[in-house]
Design a protein around this ligand. Structure first.
Ligand code: ADP
Ligand code: MG
Length: 332
């Protein structure tokens, strides 16, 4: 029974970045204005997401990490439409199955916080009082340690996994307005370094400047396109000839309704059109698609990262025309 769950859990939590992604989204869902991601050994030994959100009420302690437990069925209609096939209420249960899960939490109705430990089946096995501000800390140690093959892969690819995670955290740091985001990594004998830090400003522009610097921001131009009824895309793109010669994907971020996603076809299109203006370079691209429920449907892969529009060809065509116009007018 346990192993069946472990196999299923492996489909939601594919790697380090999908694990941390779930926790960060939980913190944002809980209304946090400060989210800290603390890694130990690049996340292999331990990762922790510490927030100042609503906290978890005691009535949820027992069921928190059980499969399909969620307190948010009616929340986030846009996200709901993004995740038609569910996996709602699977993050904590999957993390319990795949690593060692503890939670520290306190709502504003509680005078003290509670420290909770769960076993691999998501059953609450220990509970004690502790000191903490209002909010939640979720800690996962030794992710994948009970899946020998996956664990070996994880060790072998740790730098790559870590790089993917940092890129994902950059995406949240860019898009999360009014949320202070910090990521630290502790290695060796307690050497802790700050990997990423934003102030929780109110605008995408400020976040770009904080994360990438003003000189990079000055190479960008704002983007705002209506792509179909109710669907639009806003963000920033490299001005012609000012793209980065760095690794493709390094500074390309795509969002649907403010959630970081991969959009392979859009990525390909943006690169292709940009190359038309300069064959050597890749553009920096930060694009947020606003997709109201029903206006244009999106499909997702089980890990919720890859997103495809149902009406892909007409949306890509509209995007192509809009981008071509931008590049031809700024070239002139
Ligand atoms: P889901 O997010 O789909 O509801 P999860 O397994 O990610 O499922 O989380 C289960 C439940 O635990 C959530 O519905 C929420 O009630 C609670 N929860 C998890 N993380 C947090 C957090 N950081 N702050 C407040 N509540 C949380
Ligand atoms: Mg969740």
């Amino acid at each position: 029974k346990g192993s069946v769950h472990r196999i299923c859990a492996g489909q939601v939590i594919l790697d380090l970045s999908s694990a941390v992604k779930e926790l960060v989204e939980n913190s944002l869902d809980a209304g946090a204005t400060s989210v800290e991601i603390a890694l130990r050994g690049y996340g292999k030994e331990c990762f922790q997401v510490i927030d100042n959100g609503s906290g978890i009420s005691p009535s949820n302690f027992k069921v928190l990490a059980l499969k399909h437990h969620t307190s948010k069925l009616a929340d986030f209609p846009d996200l709901q439409s993004l995740t038609t096939f569910g996996f709602r209420g699977e993050a904590l249960s999957s993390l319990a199955a795949l690593g060692s899960l503890t939670v520290e939490t306190r709502t504003r109705n509680e005078p003290v916080a509670t420290h909770l430990s769960y076993d691999h089946s998501g059953v609450l096995v220990a509970e004690k009082k502790t000191a903490r501000q209002v909010g939640t800390t979720v800690t996962v140690k030794n992710l994948f340690s009970n899946l020998p093959v996956r664990s070996k892969e994880f060790s072998r690819n740790i730098r790559k996994e870590y790089g993917k995670l940092i890129s994902l955290l950059n995406a949240y740091a860019l898009i999360a307005k009014g949320v202070r985001l910090v990521c630290t990594n502790t290695t060796g004998k307690n050497v802790k370094s700050v990997v990423l830090k934003t102030q929780g400003s109110g605008s995408l522009k400020d976040n770009i400047v904080t994360l990438f610097g003003i000189s990079i921001f000055n190479c960008l131009e704002p983007l705002s396109l209506r792509i179909s009824d109710g669907c639009k895309v806003e963000g920033f793109l490299s001005k012609p000839g000012q793209g980065s010669g760095r690794n493709l994907g390094d500074r390309q971020f795509f969002f649907v309704n403010g959630r970081p996603v991969d959009m392979p076809k859009v990525t390909k299109l943006v690169n292709e059109l940009y190359r038309g203006s300069n064959s050597q370079q890749h553009p920096i691209a930060i694009m947020n698609f606003t997709v109201p429920t029903g206006a244009c449907d999106v499909n997702v892969t089980p890990d919720k990262r890859k997103v495809f529009f149902s009406d892909e060809s007409s949306i890509l065509q509209a995007l192509r025309e809009g981008l071509q116009q931008i590049y031809s007018s700024t070239n002139a």
